[in-house]
Design a protein around this ligand. Structure first.
Ligand code: TYM
Length: 336
């Protein structure tokens, strides 16, 4: 039986942080041998917020190298850059024309980001989830491994696929497959180091709020030393009045590979002064192999380029086939 297909992506905006790693990439790595995987660097999404043209290409390479450094294996997975496959933009346009406007204005991320971007809100920010739907639907993906914050965008993708099939296909021969979100509970929502009620985010102006995958051991130590805690002794999961405590224990659990019960027992009588060095050590140890591999990959630009070239060819073959089916269903004439 053919393997189920997976597609996911990360934006090349700034550095990747522990939320991106634990919510998404680590799960891609762990599940990859069971699936046929496509992982893209979503650089078209990256310009929906103000961006710096001088760093976009380099940031794109950085993310692709981090995919490899985190353990994406080319035996099972294809890595490519979204803008290298023009079908993503073309399908977005076609899907735009069947997506009701209020589906987009209702998106939580659009509402939040448009408040933050003030007068800089462009049409791309509103249309962002349709581009994401195109990314997924082009590959007829069965599963989409993401963090909790992308759940609503996945629901929208399913709705767009269903609407397209309803309008332009038959139930017996649907054109677009409805994908399922793959959200692992541990690490699906990593919270900020400065406020345990807000998610860790690339767009938080304070770098102290996140641990980046490429932070040095000194930076990691400094950030954990200064992170927000509470005055209570004895650490516990799931106390709604102690969001920072729950977040830091969860990070420790996932990064150290210990079970929840083990961590709960180990930390139940601890104070923060005793716990923070443990978390620091576990974080540094978990990131060290990724950082070493990253340096190795970045020192061989030719290799990275060849990975992305092969990735583009494989991705394009699948994407173009779906695009042709969509255009045929919509009644377009074939190019002569
Ligand atoms: P992006 O670049 O914001 O985030 C990439 C991935 O990291 C997850 N994530 C988190 N997980 C746990 N805790 C956090 N604090 C945290 N912050 C981010 C996100 O859920 C995501 O899985 N729209 C997407 C990118 C995208 C995409 C796609 C994803 C574009 N096309 C197609 C899947 C399929 C985004 O902005 O992710």
């Amino acid at each position: 039986m053919a393997k189920q297909r997976v597609l996911s992506g990360v934006q090349p905006t700034g550095n990747l942080h522990l939320g991106n790693y634990l919510g998404a990439i680590r799960n891609w790595v762990e599940g990859q041998s069971q699936f046929e995987n496509f992982f893209c660097v979503v650089d078209l999404h990256a310009i929906t917020a103000p961006h710096d043209p001088k760093t976009l290409a380099q940031d794109t390479y950085t993310i692709a190298a981090l995919y490899l450094a985190a353990g994406i294996d080319l035996q099972y997975s294809t890595i490519f850059v979204q803008s290298h496959v023009p079908a993503h933009s073309e399908l977005t346009w076609l899907l735009n024309c069947i997506t009701p406007l209020n589906w987009l204005t209702d998106m939580i991320q659009f509402k939040e980001k448009s408040v933050r971007q003030g007068e800089n809100v462009n049409t791309g920010l509103l249309d962002y989830p349709v581009l994401m739907a195109a990314d997924i639907l082009l590959y007829q993906a069965d599963q989409v491994p993401v963090g909790e914050d992308q759940k609503q965008h996945l629901e929208l993708t399913r709705d767009i696929a269903a609407r397209f099939n309803h309008l332009f296909a038959t139930p017996e021969a649907p054109v677009l497959k409805q994908p399922h979100p793959l959200i692992r509970p541990e690490g699906a929502r990593v919270m900020s180091l400065t406020d345990g009620t807000r998610k860790m985010s690339k767009s938080d102006p304070s770098d102290q709020s996140r641990i980046n995958l490429l932070d040095t051991p000194e930076q990691i130590q400094y950030k954990i030393k200064r992170c927000k805690t509470d005055p209570i002794r004895g650490l516990e999961f799931d106390n709604p009045d102690r969001p920072e405590c729950h977040n830091l224990l969860t990070l420790y659990m996932v990064l150290s590979g210990k079970s929840r019960e083990e961590v709960a027992r180990e930390c139940q009588d601890m104070g923060w002064g005793q716990f923070k060095p443990l978390l620091t050590e576990a974080t540094i140890a978990a990131l060290a192999p990724i950082q070493a591999k990253y340096q190795e990959i970045m020192s061989d630009r030719g290799y990275l380029e060849s990975v992305l070239r092969t990735g583009r060819e494989k991705a394009e073959a699948v994407a173009n086939e779906t695009l042709a089916q969509v255009k045929a269903a919509l009644g377009y004439s074939k190019p002569l």
